[in-house]
Design a protein around this ligand. Structure first.
Ligand SMILES: [Zn+2]
Length: 304
């Protein structure tokens, strides 16, 4: 009788106690949020990133395999502000109540930072892909800290049994991150005022943080590929003496336009990592910023 009772207890526990040991399941839209989730969640979370660094996060196909991932998710963490407008809403429709807008499990980074380049009118000057302002918020490390703070609070609510674990990891990350920011700001002080051209407006948070000066973009409007006439206009301005030190692009931007402009002008064209995994050096959030500053300094010193 006792034997049956133990068997029954184990069987019931198999059904009901499983979640006590299960990891919190996170669905990240981009690699930067996957990396942040691992920093804060450590061994208690299982993170899936829907995209990698070589993919343009504006244009992703909502693959069927994403549906099973998002259905399991306890928390969805994305940039928001329209970056994933073409694919995330379809997935969220198929997901559980835990990750619907307004739920604890729905975290859009852009809701917790100051959004730049918000259009002041509906003239579409910000193009088709940035109607709510610039959604590429992760390239200012102060924004990363704001999102990390919110993420740790969400994990505390979702997995209340491990509050101490998440708080300790957040405190350690926060301490290291603030030290790193001081170092980056010191290392990059000489970059202040550096004039740059970008392929797509993916870098405005980095540009604003480091006090660089964005002089133009190879896309005539965000999301509209470079045209010959737009590139010739840019070249004319550069030849008329409006100097630029660096042409920046993300790993998923076509190299063609920036390499062409570089050949015409001698201005270095640089593929920035943009996110974690964007090049072999950018393995986590810390090295992403290390590498970004190193590349900018190399390019700026090459032209002087
Ligand atoms: Zn964009």
């Amino acid at each position: 009788m006792e034997k049956y009772s133990i068997t029954l207890t184990l069987a019931i526990c198999g059904l009901l106690c499983g979640n006590a040991f299960a990891k919190v399941s996170l669905f990240a839209c981009e690699p930067e949020w996957e990396a942040l989730a691992k920093e804060i969640g450590g061994k208690n979370v299982e993170v899936f990133s829907a995209t990698h660094a070589k993919q343009d996060p504006h244009h992703i196909r909502a693959r069927p395999s994403f549906i099973s991932k998002i259905r399991r998710a306890d928390l969805v963490i994305c940039s928001g502000a329209g970056l994933e407008a073409g694919w995330l809403p379809i997935l969220i429709q198929k997901a559980s109540a835990r990750v619907q807008p307004g739920a604890v499990g729905y975290l859009m980074a852009s809701d917790f930072v100051n959004i730049l380049e918000v259009p002041t009118s509906v003239d579409r000057s910000m193009g088709d892909v940035h109607p709510e302002g610039n959604p590429h918020v992760h390239l200012n490390p102060h924004n990363i800290l704001l999102v990390a703070t919110e993420l740790s609070q969400r994990l505390n609510k979702i997995d209340a049994g491990n509050i101490d674990f998440y708080n300790e990891r957040f405190q350690k990350f926060s301490f290291r991150w603030k030290q790193a920011i001081v170092q980056w700001e010191s290392d990059a002080a000489s970059l202040g005022g550096t004039p740059v051209i970008v392929h797509h407006k993916s870098f405005i948070y980095l540009i604003s943080w480091l006090n660089l000066s964005q002089k133009g973009s190879l896309e005539p409007r965000p999301g509209i590929p470079p045209t010959v006439s737009h590139l010739e206009d840019l070249l004319k301005k550069l030849k008329q003496g409006d100097p630029v030190d660096v042409i920046m692009r993300a790993p998923y931007d076509s190299a063609e336009a920036s390499e062409w402009l570089s050949r015409q002008t001698g201005i270095p064209a640089v593929m920035m990592p943009y996110t974690v995994g964007g090049d072999s050096e950018s393995k986590d959030l810390f090295s992403l910023f290390d590498r970004s500053i190193t590349l900018l300094k190399q390019a700026a010193s090459a032209i002087k």
